[in-house]
Design a binder for this molecule. Structure first.
Ligand SMILES: Nc1ncnc2c1ncn2[C@@H]1O[C@H](COP(=O)(O)OP(=O)(O)OP(=O)(O)O)[C@@H](O)[C@H]1O
Length: 265
């Protein structure tokens, strides 16, 4: 998909963000931001520090409630829904800093990513009743698939705290994928990574989109990464949309060159 136009007969968007405005005690975090994410699209949001990227994620995941605008996920208005409810609808998120249970193994962290799929309470889990057992086995199979998919087999029994940073970030991606998300939000997935780790992560992000068909919204400072991976890019500056289009369109936009690339050709 290119530009902002919808093709005739195109599937409805997974996510819509319409004229959203958010401010904190007079500080404008987002101002008049609109975009849509198509099924299996890799959509990126970029901008300098303080541009409003994290605020967009926090609105999407229900952490912040904007004063203005409309946000729908899978056709449902999600403004005002609590974060856990939006997560249950299928919105999974990774964070700028690794947010895992560091003393638990890779396997256990991924199993925890599945917990909202379990339709049983603690008592039946304790008694290992049929339904609980079936769900547990299905979850285990799904988690093992993700371990293979992300090349984590060598680490599966290791506590996360002992893993290299790049692998920890991959486990975080795995935990989000274990939720079988309908939309994946990646907050600076390569922050702090070396070149090799960055290339690995980029490959896994593309594979998640291409092989699992998960639409992705990605926020990052790494212009090269965003331009390589994204189908479309939204550029923010001081909370306002500066450009929206394919990487090629955005990179040649004079306002983007001025605002984000600091006037570089
Ligand atoms: N909880 C908050 N309380 C007050 N101001 C906030 C809050 N969250 C964000 N802001 C303000 O909103 C603006 C946008 O911040 P945001 O964190 O969304 O930007 P960002 O593009 O993610 O920046 P960075 O790249 O540094 O993470 C900033 O001016 C920030 O100070």
């Amino acid at each position: 998909m290119t530009g902002g136009e919808e093709e005739p007969g195109a599937a409805p968007p997974v996510l819509t963000f319409e004229d959203v405005g958010l401010s904190f005690a007079g500080v404008t975090a987002i101002d008049g931001v609109s975009f849509e994410v198509a099924p299996a699209e890799l959509f990126a949001v970029i901008g300098p520090n303080g541009a409003g990227k994290t605020s967009v994620f926090n609105v999407l995941s229900g952490v912040y409630r904007p004063q203005r605008g409309r946000v729908t996920f899978l056709g449902e208005d999600i403004l005002g829904l609590p974060p856990h409810r939006i997560a249950e609808m299928g919105l999974a998120r990774t964070f700028q800093n690794v947010e895992l249970f560091h003393n638990l193994t890779v396997l256990d962290n991924l199993m925890l990513g599945r917990h909202h799929h379990f339709g049983y309470g603690p008592l039946s889990a304790l008694l290992w009743l049929g339904r609980a057992r079936r769900q547990e086995l299905a979850a285990r199979a799904r988690v093992e698939d993700i371990i293979d998919f992300l090349d984590l087999a060598a680490w599966r029994r290791h506590p996360v705290r002992l893993l290299p940073y790049g692998v920890q970030k991959r486990v975080e991606l795995g935990r989000a994928l274990a939720m079988e998300p309908r939309l994946l939000l990646l907050d600076e997935p390569v922050a702090g990574m070396n070149l090799e780790e960055t290339e690995d992560m980029a490959r896994f992000v593309l594979d998640a989109r291409d092989e699992l068909g998960v639409p992705i919204v990605l926020v990052d400072h790494d212009m090269g990464l965003v331009m390589d991976l994204a189908d479309r890019v939204l550029v923010l500056d001081f909370g306002r949309p500066v450009a929206l289009g394919t990487p090629a369109e955005v990179q040649s936009d004079p306002e983007v060159i001025e605002a984000y690339l600091g006037g570089a050709p």
